[in-house]
Every structure is written in C-alpha cells, then in structure tokens.
Design a protein around this ligand. Structure first.
Ligand SMILES: NC(=O)c1ccc[n+]([C@@H]2O[C@H](COP(=O)([O-])OP(=O)(O)OC[C@H]3O[C@@H](n4cnc5c(N)ncnc54)[C@H](OP(=O)(O)O)[C@@H]3O)[C@@H](O)[C@H]2O)c1
Length: 314
C-alpha cells in the first residue's frame, strides 16, 4: 500500500512517517520545503513537492497513492491565516482525493470540538470533518487532545532553564498522548475495515491538569518550578486585542486555542472501543511519567557529562 503523508515534518507527521517506513509501506511525503524535509528522505521516504496553500500543486501528487494520512495544519508563523490551509487547502485535497480514487483518508481533528466551535481553528476542523463525511471517501477521523511532546517546551525546558512556566489559574484535565502511540493507532487503522467511515477519540491513558504536570516535572528533574498563573480574563483580553489587527490574527487564533484548556470540559475520552477494534492493549500505551522520566534522565545525564568535561579541563 502506498501512503501519501501530509504534515510529515511536523510533531505527529514525522512519527507516522517513521513508523510507516519501519512497517514496510511505500511512503511518500507531500512537503513544501524539500530542504527542511531532507531527513525524511534519509529515513527512506520519497519527497514530493506540494503546498496546501497552492491547491494546484495537489492533484499530481496523488498519482499511484492508495491512502492519505493528513497530519498537516497551518503554522502560526505562516504569512496567511489558518483558513488558507486548514479549510481551502483541505477541501482542495479532499476533492483531488475523490478524483484520484484514494481508498483511505485519515484526518486528525480535535477532541470536544463541538463544545469549542467558536474557536476559529476548531471550527475549521469541524467543517473539514463534515466535508469528509459528505465526500463518500473511506475516511477515518481521529480526535486528539494534546501531545506529550508539546509539554516539553511548556514545562520541562522552563524548569531546567529556571524560567517561569505560564499557565492559567485553573486548567481542565487532558489525557495527553505520545505521538508515537498516535502513529501506532493510525497505521493499525489502515488494515482494519471497521475503522472505515468512523470517527474515534485518540487520547492517552491518564488525565492531567497543569498543577500535576508541574509537580511531576519538579519531582523528576529535582528542580523547583516558577509558575506564573494568568487569569482567564487576561487571556481573553489579549485574544481580543491581537484579533483586532490583521498581523495578530494568527496569534489571536492560538490564544483562543489556549482558552480551550481553561474554559472547556476535560479533554478525556473512553478509548475501550478503539483498543478493541484495533486489537491493541492499553498497557502498551506510553505514560507521561515514563516519558518525562526518559526525557529528564537523558538531559540530566548529558548535563552531568558536560559538567565533568568542564571540570577536567580546568
Ligand atoms: N498538537 C496538538 O496538541 C494537537 C491537538 C489536536 C489536534 N492536532 C492535530 O494533529 C495534527 C498534527 O499536529 P502537529 O502538532 O503535529 O502539527 P505541526 O507540528 O504544527 O506540523 C504541521 C505540519 O503541517 C505542515 N504544513 C503547514 N502548512 C502547510 C502547507 N501550506 N502545505 C503543506 N504542509 C503544510 C507543516 O509543514 P512545515 O514543516 O513545512 O511547516 C508541518 O509538517 C494536525 O492536524 C493538528 O491540527 C494537534
């Protein structure tokens, strides 16, 4: 089966690409910057130039492809707003997939999306979910909460660098998941007919709030955290302010995304059906404790080695 992966240079997409290559799929990656994506070629993927903000680049890339895995999303640094990729680009992709006779289309959406349909990025996800469902393609939609990998920059690095951690006063609980596990579920779904034309949650085994993550990082790093709590009203004020200016639209969209964690219901879900359909075992899913243990273990060992080397040279 030949796969075309979108977003393969991203946090999730690269894990899907890595695993798909290891599992023996023919893997092609739709990338807009060939140089940045060179590591994927070294892993064994074929790079195909394309850009979701340029819909005319899409159709030719779908030749000889059986399945599409779309892990792309616009970057806050992009010069255009999210609609360009997360709505117009995706619609162009779905239309091209229909014409090309793509056998399976996997899309990643957001957990509890309908609760947050006022958030611009989430409303785009919901529109694409609807579009896919109407499309007659054999889709599978996975609804995600948050990734372990995103917590490194938010909590672990500030603690190690003795920088403040910015968090809201109260946060919802989130079942964060390792992107390597998302890759495992995604690729398994390609060979399970019961996943066709279905929508599933895809979350980790345990839920965490911000305070608990801080405490976990403090315990595993042996260092205290400096936490700055931002009241919800300030987040809302900043969102309104940045949204007022054209240059601030992407920032405003991301801030309203941050509000989701403060104002919404917990980002948790029952995964028993997913484990059953995919014949996977929850005990094989990574835990956040183990993930941070490995991370801090590696970093603290490296810092000690650097310190020892420095002392030797003095
Ligand atoms: N991160 C989360 O916590 C979270 C939560 C819920 C759902 N999701 C969804 O999960 C998926 C993966 O998220 P992620 O955090 O891994 O994303 P990410 O790290 O931000 O990566 C985004 C990917 O999309 C690509 N991309 C952006 N604009 C493009 C364009 N115009 N043409 C082609 N490719 C383009 C990027 O390529 P470049 O490297 O060239 O920029 C990159 O490979 C997304 O659908 C996201 O909405 C994520």
């Amino acid at each position: 089966m030949s796969l075309l992966i979108f977003g393969s240079t991203g946090t999730l997409g690269r894990q899907i690409t890595r695993r798909a290559i290891d599992e023996g799929y023919i893997v092609k990656c739709f990338v807009r910057n060939l140089r940045k994506a060179y590591f994927l070629k070294e892993w064994g993927a074929e790079l195909i130039y394309g850009d979701l903000s340029l819909p005319e680049t899409i159709p030719l890339c779908l030749r000889d492809i059986s399945a599409i895995i779309d892990a792309s999303t616009s970057r806050p640094s992009d010069p255009y707003d999210a609609e360009c990729v997360d709505l117009d680009g995706k619609i162009a992709l779905i239309e091209a997939a229909k014409i090309a006779g793509i056998k399976k289309f996997i899309f990643f959406s957001v957990l509890n999306g309908t609760y947050h349909s006022h958030v611009p990025l989430i409303s785009l996800k919901l529109k694409i979910e609807d579009y896919l469902i109407q499309s007659n393609l054999n889709y599978t939609i996975f609804c995600l909460g948050g990734f372990f990998q995103g917590l490194i920059g938010q909590y672990a690095i500030p603690i190690l660098e003795k920088q403040p951690i910015w968090t809201a006063n109260e946060t919802s609980r989130v079942n964060y998941i390792d992107t390597q596990d998302v890759a495992k579920f995604t690729l398994r779904s390609l060979s399970v007919a019961d996943t066709t034309k279905r929508r599933f949650p895809l979350v980790g085994v345990k839920s965490w709030n911000s305070q608990e993550i801080v405490e976990l990082c403090e315990r595993l790093s042996g260092q205290p955290a400096f936490v700055n709590k931002v009241p919800l009203q300030i987040l809302q004020f900043l969102r309104a302010l940045t949204g007022f200016f054209e240059w601030g639209k992407n920032i405003s969209d991301r801030l309203s995304f941050a509000e989701v964690l403060v104002t919404g219901p917990d980002m948790t879900a029952d995964m028993s059906e997913v484990y059953r359909i995919l014949s996977l075992d929850p005990s094989d899913t990574s835990t956040l404790e183990r993930y941070f243990q490995d991370y801090f273990g590696r970093i603290l060992k490296r810092l000690k080695e650097l310190n020892d080397e420095k002392e030797k040279t003095l």
